[in-house]
Write a protein that binds this ligand. Structure first.
Ligand SMILES: Cc1cc2nc3c(=O)[nH]c(=O)nc-3n(C[C@H](O)[C@H](O)[C@H](O)COP(=O)(O)O)c2cc1C
Ligand SMILES: C=C(O[C@@H]1CC(C(=O)O)=C[C@@H](OP(=O)(O)O)[C@H]1O)C(=O)O
Length: 394
């Protein structure tokens, strides 16, 4: 692993800190590049009142001089505006854990006398810092023509029909949709469904798809388990709060069809290799194939519901109903950019591994020289100058 992304800070503390270590020198970087993604994370139908209070802005505090990265760790600070509303108030102890949140598991693990420290750090407020790091990774990838986007493919039982829509267009359309869904009819139905669930005092989950375009073949490896790029992507995406399932391509749907209908054929077009379809999700043997990368993330309905759920007051030792505190209803649309951020981080890490180098200037020519998955990039013909013959092979 070349890159490291660390975050610190509580949901209602003064703010969040992000440190990104391992970025090359010479990448032009300003706060606006980060702020664009931060704004996307705050936007989306189904968000709770907190998103009206916060106006996430990045303060770049380290690793950039004269508008370019220096190769030193990058440090970003994001203020929690909500902090000023709480800081001088007496905050009541929180003693009734919400089923599905980290309240009970956190208190069992750390032995707090209040559930608040658990929810403060488990809260998805921390993903603002990750999105800041992801925006920088996305910006690095863009220098090599690699683009990342995402969209919602289902909310509750409502599914988008995206079969006929090119990947590029899906990304663009999602950017202007209130629920980040490129299928307009489905988007309307999703919005209505979220409205319904809010009125029913409940919450709803959904599925997000993130894609990466322009990724070269050869990132990741099968030689050891932790180098398989599909595994690294899955772990990074699964680390997002409330994400409980990750697929590479349509993995679960692929299980319902025979192999001959699943695997993307290897064809020749104009005497060059060509892979139609993306059933592989762009990865074979833990290595990128040069096709688009397609990742899906399943988000559970969040834990905090206006309708009470059964729990126990841990201070009083008796069964009670949960007590509601301000919350999102369906944060699936605004979680799209978080999935993108985690994908961007893993791909930037894999690209740095592949290319090495301390500066962007060193990396660019190395990238230009990478094999692109053409027939001429493989050396299986015996008259090829780089034909590799194992000893004893006839
Ligand atoms: C963008 C986003 C917003 C979230 N908002 C809430 C929320 O308002 N209320 C809540 O109970 N959970 C919310 N969650 C989910 C909790 O943070 C998560 O369920 C909790 O940390 C427990 O972790 P786990 O669900 O991964 O086990 C949100 C998650 C994300 C990604
Ligand atoms: C603050 C954010 O999301 C929060 C994530 C969250 C949770 O439990 O995960 C609970 C809510 O916090 P609060 O109780 O302060 O309203 C969300 O608003 C954010 O995304 O920036």
């Amino acid at each position: 692993m070349r890159l490291q992304l660390l975050t610190a800070g509580e949901s209602h503390g003064p703010g969040l800190t992000m440190i990104l270590e391992g970025m090359p020198a010479g990448l032009p970087l300003d706060e606006d590049t980060i702020n664009r993604d931060l704004a996307r994370r705050q936007h989306g139908y189904g968000a709770g009142p907190r998103m009206k209070i916060e106006q996430d802005r990045a303060r770049l505090l380290g690793g950039v001089m004269d508008g370019k990265t220096t190769g030193a760790p990058l440090s970003v600070f994001i203020e929690n505006r909500d902090h000023s509303r709480w800081k001088d108030k007496l905050i009541q102890r929180f003693t009734v854990p919400r089923p599905g949140h980290a309240d009970l598991s956190g208190v069992l693990k750390y032995g707090y006398d209040d559930l608040r420290p658990a929810l403060e750090r488990a809260s998805a407020r921390e993903t603002a810092a990750r999105v800041a790091g992801g925006a920088i990774c996305r910006h690095l990838l863009a220098q090599f023509g690699i683009r990342i986007g995402g969209y919602v493919i289902s909310i509750g039982e409502i599914r988008a029909d995206l079969q006929a829509l090119p990947l590029e267009e899906r990304i663009q359309r999602a950017l202007t949709s209130e629920v980040a869904c490129p299928d307009e009819a489905a988007a309307q139905a999703m919005q209505a469904r979220i409205r319904e669930i809010m009125q029913a005092r409940d919450t709803l989950g959904g599925v997000i798809e993130a894609i990466a375009l322009g990724v070269p073949p050869g990132l990741g490896s099968y030689v050891h388990w932790e180098r398989r790029l599909d595994a690294r992507i899955a772990a990074a995406v699964m680390s997002i709060p409330a994400i409980k399932g990750v697929e590479i391509g349509p993995a679960f749907e692929n299980t319902t069809r025979p192999g001959t209908q699943v695997h993307d054929p290897i064809l020749l077009a104009d005497a060059d290799l060509y892979r139609p379809g993306v059933n592989s999700g762009g990865l074979e043997g833990g290595i990128t194939t040069g096709q688009p990368i397609v990742v899906r993330a399943a988000m559970k309905p969040i834990a905090t519901t206006l309708n009470p759920q059964r729990s126990v007051d841990l201070a009083e030792g008796r069964e009670v109903e949960t007590r509601y505190e301000r919350s999102d209803f369906c944060p699936v649309p605004r979680a799209v950019v978080i999935v993108e951020a985690m994908l961007a981080f893993v791909l930037a890490d894999a690209l740095l591994e592949k290319l090495g180098g301390d500066s962007l200037a060193e990396m660019l020519p190395r990238f230009a020289a990478l094999p692109r998955g053409r027939l001429g990039d493989v050396h299986l013909r015996e008259d090829d100058p780089v034909f590799w013959r194992s000893e004893g092979q006839a």
